[in-house]
Design a protein. Structure first.
Length: 256
């Protein structure tokens, strides 16, 4: 049984939790989960994540517009995001970034919405939680331009890109994907990455680690990712959990 587990990226407002959300959240602390950051995808999601953070002491949230939702962003979305960012449990701006795999929003709009949120993060001195899918070059270019603090989540880039992210002072989030059979790049990154730049995540309800791949994910399954990475790095699982939780507390400014 492990403890002191920090899930830096979850989506408990997803409809796949609609039937048993309160039960799942009530049980997570007994599975060793000390903190969770719920990541928003749009303004409606921000509201739901804020409500969850108010109900559960160990839950925090990030407010942001996901690239999938960029085209639907209202003209005054930055002002509305600012209101959520004033919430005492809001610890980051996210999930924000670029997604050239699904292209659910036009790329020029994705970049515009992403850039505006990077500017807001710097203005408010908040870290960011970055989504980057098949958009490595443009993502890295904007991160180099604005130099935010924060996490590139569900990292799928190369070791070379990881080095660039670390140079910027940012952190890399790894989750269930690192345990997948074909996960060559995430495994290489997990082996290379300085431990003081690593955080763990689930991206639940998605990306369940082996042996639960294909099933609904939740924060209690983060231990399988930790066990896999600890074997790669040849360190005890609890030590890895302690290091990554310390990193997450530092990023999000959580001192309690």
């Amino acid at each position: 049984m492990y403890n002191n587990i920090f899930d830096t990226h979850a989506h408990y407002d997803d409809e796949r939790f609609s039937d048993d959300l309160l039960t799942v959240l009530a049980e997570l602390p007994s599975a060793g989960i000390c903190r969770v950051v719920n990541c928003s995808t749009d303004l409606n999601s921000c509201e739901k994540c804020a409500e969850m953070a108010e109900k559960f002491d160990y839950i925090y949230f990030a407010a942001g517009i996901h690239p999938h939702e960029a085209e639907e962003a209202q003209t005054d979305f930055i002002e509305k995001l600012k209101c959520f960012c004033r919430h005492n449990k809001c610890v980051a701006i996210g999930e924000i970034g670029l997604d050239y795999h699904y292209d659910l929003s036009p790329r020029d709009i994705q970049k515009d919405v992403f850039e505006k949120q990077l500017i807001l993060a710097n203005e408010l001195k908040l870290p960011v939680i970055i989504h980057d899918r098949e958009a490595h070059e443009d993502t890295l270019s904007l991160l180099k331009k604005y130099k935010p603090s924060g996490i590139v989540h569900c990292f799928s880039g190369s070791v070379e890109m990881a080095k660039e992210i670390v140079k910027l002072g940012m952190y890399i989030g790894l989750g269930g994907a690192v345990t997948f059979k074909n996960a060559k790049k995430p495994v290489e990154v997990a082996q290379f990455l300085p431990l003081d730049k690593l955080v763990l995540e689930t991206d639940c309800p998605y990306m369940s680690p082996v042996p639960y791949r294909g099933k609904r994910n939740d924060s209690s399954l983060i231990k399988y990712t930790a066990e896999f990475i600890s074997q790669l790095r040849n360190i005890p699982v609890q030590e890895l959990l302690n290091i990554t939780t310390d990193n997450a507390n530092k990023i999000f400014g959580i001192n309690e």
